[in-house]
Design a binder for this molecule. Structure first.
Ligand code: NAD
Length: 341
């Protein structure tokens, strides 16, 4: 392709992807299957890689999520909530690994925290002196929606942390999702009442969480797994809360678990990259038996010092990757998605 058709195609892809983003993130009403969205996004990234001068700051490839809904008050994230880059094959995973080694200028193997990729909604929960004070959606990564009252209704999220070993301010990052059984029950009830059904548990979780009436959220049986830490603050400049943090991502999740936050039982610390493929295959094989929907696995460099060396790109950390499963959902009809905000 020469530059002129590339430019035209980029404009068309921006338009399409912006439209799909709005439908998915703002309206909770996707109009195309994820596989189609991912295909178009890949095409955009490939053209931008070939013609870097055509990559603009407002490209969908550089953005996280969608704008927060005006119906909610807004929350500015002190630590941005980013997305994840994707790989879809062992070969692409190896290319990710090579980029890590190149960047670290090291051929040394490294430990990884391996996690299922939960198919729900990213949420940041803020505890001050151990008390739940605020919850927000990811939004566009910088500004999210204040959904405190809705998240407060999720039974597995502690309103007070367990024990007394935590920093004065602690932001917990994780996924709110709807377990498969709750999703099936919700749709069965909707069918009985001749109401609209949700296309999948992700949409059901998003629609349930972004309700203006938290009594509706309370009835929806949502669940939560923590998968990271956002802002941490202390009493003063000397004691900024950082000393509380373990130097391993996996250990940090265990710290959250000790405080009473739910941690996904499938999460595993891998000693080296040689264990990645087995974890991916194992989760893929057991996918149906899990009580919650996933769309892949996530691998994160475990050592926080290495994470800091690797840093971030515009929309995702360089130290983590989503190794996604082949799509199932071409079979899912996207016609009957509920939108209730
Ligand atoms: P993503 O879902 O691919 O990955 C990032 C998100 O993964 C995080 O924000 C978090 O919510 C989630 N996550 C789940 N488990 C996690 C774990 N263990 N650790 C860390 N994060 C975890 O990225 P995205 O930016 O939210 O969405 C992009 C994807 O959404 C696309 O690849 C596509 O599949 C779908 N999408 C579809 C449409 C559509 O029209 N069908 C539109 C937009 C996006």
């Amino acid at each position: 392709m020469t530059e002129s058709p590339a430019k035209k195609r980029i404009i068309a892809l921006h338009e399409l992807l912006n439209q799909y983003n709005h439908q998915y993130y703002v309206l909770d009403e996707p109009s195309v299957p994820d596989i189609e969205y991912d295909r178009l996004m890949r095409e955009l990234i490939e053209i931008e890689t070939e013609f870097p001068e055509l990559k603009t700051l407002d490209s969908p490839s550089q953005k996280v999520g969608g704008a927060p809904l005006k119906a909610f008050t807004q929350v500015t994230h002190q630590v941005p909530m980013l997305s994840l880059d994707n790989v879809f094959s062992a070969q692409e995973w190896q290319a990710f690994d090579k980029r890590i080694q190149d960047r670290l200028k090291s051929t040394q193997d490294y430990a990884l925290c391996a996690e299922p990729k939960l198919d729900g909604l990213a949420v940041s929960i803020r505890y001050e002196n151990g008390v739940f004070v605020q919850a927000a959606t990811r939004g566009d990564g910088t500004t999210g929606e204040n959904i405190t009252e809705n998240v407060r209704t999720i039974k597995s999220i502690p309103l007070k942390l367990v024990g007394d070993d935590y920093p004065p301010v602690l932001e917990v990052r994780g996924e709110v999702f709807m377990p498969k059984a709750s999703f099936e029950q919700l749709n069965a009830t909707a069918i009985k009442k001749a109401e609209k059904t949700f296309a999948n548990p992700r949409n059901a979780a998003a629609g349930s969480l972004r309700q203006l009436d938290s009594k509706i959220t309370a009835k929806r049986n949502l669940a939560f797994y923590a998968y990271g830490i956002g802002y941490v603050g202390g009493e003063n400049e000397q004691d900024n809360g950082q000393s509380w943090l373990a130097n391993s991502h996996y250990q940090r999740l265990c710290q959250l678990k000790t405080l009473g936050l739910p941690m996904c039982p499938e999460v595993k610390l891998l000693k080296n990259t040689g264990e990645v493929e087995a974890f991916y295959q194992d989760i893929l094989t057991n996918r149906q038996a899990l009580s919650y929907e996933i769309d892949g696995t996530v691998f994160k460099v475990d050592d926080i010092n290495l994470q800091e060396k690797l840093g971030f790109v515009a929309r995702a950390p360089r130290w983590a990757i989503a190794y996604k499963f082949p799509a199932q959902e071409e079979l899912t009809t996207l016609e009957d998605v509920e939108f209730q905000v």
